[in-house]
Design a protein around this ligand. Sequence first.
Ligand SMILES: [Zn+2]
Length: 424
Amino acid sequence: MSILVKDVLLDGKVTSAYIEDNRISELGRKIEADTVIDGKKKALLPGLVNAHTHGAMTLLRSYADDMKLQDWLETRIWPAEKMLTREDIYTGTKLACLEMIRSGTTCFNDMYFHMDMAAKAVQEMGLRAVLCEGFIDHMDKDAGEEILGPTRKITERIANLRSQRIMPAWGPHAIYTVSTESLRTFRQLSDETGYPIHMHLSETRKEVDDCKKDFGRSPVSYLESIGFLSDRCVFAHGVWLQPDETALLARRRAKVVHNPVSNMKLSAGRAIPYGDLVKAGVQISLGTDGAASNNNLDMFQTLKFAALLQKFAADDQTIASAKEIWDLGTLGGAKTLGLDAGVVREGSLADLILVDLTKVFMVPNHNLYSNLVYAASGDCIDTTICDGKILMKGRKVRGEDGIIDEASKAAKNLVRRVSDGQSS
Ligand SMILES: [Zn+2]
């Protein structure tokens, strides 16, 4: 299977890209291919990597907003999550994949429940994903031991797909929901399997205060003290990291995923210490977080919010430039997840997007990266290619009407079950 994208703008020059199987095989030459895509008035770029999300939360989009965090979680989100079925996860993840394909994301790092069903959805939709079963033992190590069995089984099921596109990870939810003993077990499991660990960290001031109260240390120093940190750790948020913690993360080569839209919507209280992280040399990437706290999976909004939040917080217009932020959303994500992607280069994985340069917000094109970060939305994506397969062309995705219908029905049924449960 081969694809030729011809007469396309790449790094400021009109050229051609030849894709063979799942890799970019040649740039610059027009070679006969099974499929030819006309790249005129389009730019060829690496697909975006959404490095932290909860895909099936799309079913809870607009279900509850503008509430106090604890109220929102306890009275709306958790009761609804309790009612999610395996089928809901499949349907919600398909909706998430559709939204990501339509907005130029080719790979995502997902944590939720019944993740073998998410894997089924990803397999059908053609995206690349790292999937972990979210693990919560409510700080009870005995409960943790019990849940670990099912968690391992689901992780094995994902691994057994032996898909080039779908990779398993371990997903202890956070330091305030998972006991020290279980965290140690996850480090061990990660050592044994080589799978990454995807976890929330230092999202709120309360989390940091509680950690100091319970363990006498800051979150990162607590994790270091139990031997948890490694280069396979991918930490979402890191809003409240202190300079000594960023230095420790850098030393252990742990990664941080910044979720600016979610942080602002849930009023995390301050901006991530971006300058410190960059100076320390921590690998940063970008994520949307789930659709209940964003409320979409459009990485273009995340790019813009990431840049603007830093400029605003640092009172410095020069920090977090458009090109720097674009690179975090593409190459930063690929490096975080250990993928040979995130750049348009011969030999790299063919996870690519074509941006329509005739969209009104892309005109004029004095600076492509400025347009992508400050002006664009996911609507600028004309074509999405993942693993050498075309998932969207001319903004058409196979089966999208059915996916939208099914998801609307599933969300309606879910809300009905929640209110029946609450009234009975
Ligand atoms: Zn999250």
